[in-house]
Ligand binder design. Structure first.
Ligand SMILES: N[C@@H](CCC(=O)N[C@@H](CS)C(=O)NCC(=O)O)C(=O)O
Length: 223
């Protein structure tokens, strides 16, 4: 059985969980906060970053959400997420990287730092200027998703792909932390409701992070 070292609000672990669920790969979660890394976790990943996926029987450790998703794309036929001709696959990888890197840096990471790490680890109040900046930048990302969904059916093209799951994983964490305002983003909002309604999303919406309450709309697939 695969073991996923993860914590509930890690967007990269969420991306992996969505991909594994879409592909029908079973796993169990080993709760792991990067800021409380166990000796075992350090031994598996000296960078002490989640997600890490371990299979004891195969003596295999996979690190980094993209490496993990690509591994299962290469080894599991079901639920193709990087699909189509080479040009389409390049576009899926471009947009996956955009959400993993830019959305995370602009929005998810500041929200996690200000609202989770400061509260649970550092015992400090959030910096309201940093939160305002993240709330401003989220609109630029949602504008881009509006445009993508307006010009193609899914984020990276005509087919549902890893880029949709990477984007939805980041947004779901930002939404949990009260960082998403859908005003003026009908296309992006409609797309996210569809993503939220997928069976693969249900376990994420049901999960809570201790000490960090979610807003009431968070788990509502119609909200
Ligand atoms: N590129 C990596 C990013 C992983 C990452 O940044 N994980 C965060 C948690 S969401 C982490 O462990 N941060 C702790 C640190 O960077 O020290 C991936 O896609 O897996």
């Amino acid at each position: 059985m695969w073991q996923l070292f993860a914590f509930p609000l890690c967007p990269f672990s969420r991306k992996v969980r969505l991909a594994l669920a879409e592909k029908g790969v079973a796993y169990e979660i080993v709760p792991q906060f990067p800021w409380e890394a166990s000796d075992l976790f350090y031994a598996l990943n000296p960078a002490a970053r989640t997600p890490v996926l371990r299979h004891e029987g195969k003596d295999l450790t996979l690190i980094d959400s993209q490496a993990i998703c690509e591994y299962f794309e290469e080894t599991v036929e079901r639920g193709r997420l990087i699909l189509g001709p080479a040009g389409d696959r390049a576009e899926i990888r471009r947009l996956t990287a955009l959400f993993d890197e830019s959305f995370f840096a602009d929005v998810t990471h500041p929200l996690l730092h200000e609202k989770v790490k400061k509260r649970l680890v550092l015992g400090q109040p959030p910096d309201s200027a940093a939160l305002r900046t993240a709330m401003r930048l989220v609109h630029e990302h949602l504008d881009y998703i509006d445009w993508l969904i307006d010009t193609r059916r899914w984020v990276a093209g005509a087919q549902l792909s890893l880029a949709d799951f990477a984007a939805a994983a980041q947004i779901s964490v930002a939404d949990y932390l009260g960082g998403i305002d859908w005003t003026g983003h009908e296309e992006a909002h409609g797309w996210y409701r569809v993503m939220k309604s997928r069976p693969s999303f249900r376990p994420l919406l049901a999960e809570k992070m201790e000490g960090v309450p979610a807003p009431s709309h968070y788990a509502d697939v119609n909200a």
